[in-house]
Design a protein. Structure first.
Length: 389
């Protein structure tokens, strides 16, 4: 029985998978079970931030595996303490809760926002505003927060207390906050990844913070996909000149080991007390070891400037292709609008040619490892040019 047949017989069919069995990888290249090599412009949806099996990252993870792989959160570990301190210092936050995924990080943010308001104003001030076209996770609560009907079918009823406004619609946001006195938080992505790699306007973000500041409403930035250097700064909020009360991270934070993080500012750092939240695997020593290695690299002098420069180079090369109508996003997070071709068709054709890419809505989506080289960008671009000719 082939690997794919065995997989399909026993694993739930919840994903549309390409018929490729990846077996190993090095740097920015993956290798399948037949020895075919692929340039990776997707990095596991932005998760392999340092590429495949980076030497220093792998050494750190393997050393931790041979030291202590897990202990419950009834105890302390040095590796979690070290990473928490470094992460909070780098991001500019007071403290952090660790989970296993972006959805868990967002669940934590939702609970902080509601408890902050409950503690201060009492029951009933619990509504969280999210944006149309947003994506915050697949759990029932984060799916309820997600502003895309396409994800909602089958799973009714949803968790109450979420309302949507269109992204970049300042008037709609003002009207909602003026009329609805049950709002405790506004939750948003600076760049809507699953929604099509669409960036928020700076004026809209500025208005979110003005309105929230005037009404003691918390600001929650979902940086699950945009954080940890993906857009050219450690947090994308830096490029908007704002400081959310809560920021969530995941994907590239630990270089491929499952981790989610919910960062809290001083304003809401003490909201969650003993027994109000938890995660068995949260802050797992192996994940923290991998995350420390990622943080080592991302905070190296000049590293994030290179991410920005590579993003600009990537865009320039893409815009030289006649079929490309435009490129959205920031840094090494790009959504490509095509003139005539379908993104899904290009996804499959690229894989056949040895290039791994992603899609988002009707766009091609690129989330390459932050360590990708200019030569590797050129190599992948040659395949794209051929497919988009």
């Amino acid at each position: 029985m082939s690997t794919i047949d065995k997989f399909n017989e026993h694993v739930m069919h919840t994903y549309g998978r390409l018929p490729i069995v990846l077996e190993k990888g090095s740097g920015r290249e993956a290798v399948d079970e037949n020895g075919k090599e692929y340039i990776d412009f997707g990095s596991g949806i932005g998760t392999n931030s340092l590429g495949y099996c980076d030497d220093k990252w792998a050494d750190a993870v393997c050393a931790q595996v041979r030291s202590i792989q897990h202990t419950s959160n009834y105890f302390y570990t040095k590796v979690q303490a070290d990473f928490a301190a470094r992460l909070c210092e780098t991001a500019g936050y007071t403290n952090v809760f660790f989970g296993n995924s972006g959805a868990e990080a967002n669940e934590c943010a939702i609970k902080i926002a509601r408890k902050y308001s409950f503690d201060k104003y009492g029951k009933g001030r619990h509504t969280i505003v999210t944006l149309v076209n947003s994506f915050h996770g697949r759990t029932i609560a984060t799916l309820s927060a997600t502003g895309q009907e396409v994800f909602h079918n089958y799973f009714f009823p949803f968790v109450e207390g979420f309302v949507n406004v269109p992204a970049n619609d300042i008037d709609a946001l003002r009207k909602l906050i003026a009329e609805d006195k049950t709002i405790c938080a506004v939750m948003f992505e600076f760049v809507q990844g699953e929604g099509g790699v669409n960036s928020l306007d700076k004026d809209f973000v500025t208005e979110i913070f003005r309105l929230c500041g005037e009404n003691d409403i918390l600001t929650v930035a979902d940086e699950v996909q945009t954080g940890v250097g993906r857009t050219g700064t450690f947090l994308t909020s830096e490029q908007y000149g704002v400081k959310p009360d809560i920021t969530t991270l995941a994907k590239g934070i630990a270089g491929g080991v499952p981790m989610g993080a919910c960062l809290a500012s001083e304003k809401c750092a003490e909201v969650l007390s003993k027994g109000t939240h938890g995660s068995t695997f949260g802050g797992n020593p192996i994940a923290c070891a991998g995350a420390n290695a990622v943080l080592d690299r991302v905070t190296e002098k000049g590293f994030l400037d290179e991410v920005k420069a590579k993003g600009e180079y990537f865009r320039k090369k893409l815009m030289e292709i006649p079929e490309v109508e435009g490129v959205d996003g920031l840094g090494l997070m790009m959504g490509v609008r095509l003139k005539t071709k379908k993104a899904a068709d290009i996804l499959s054709a690229a894989a056949e040619k040895g290039l791994l890419i992603l899609t988002a809505k009707d766009k091609l989506r690129f989330l390459p490892p932050l360590t990708i080289t200019y030569e590797e960008i050129d190599k992948g671009m040659e395949i794209l040019k051929e497919l988009l000719a």
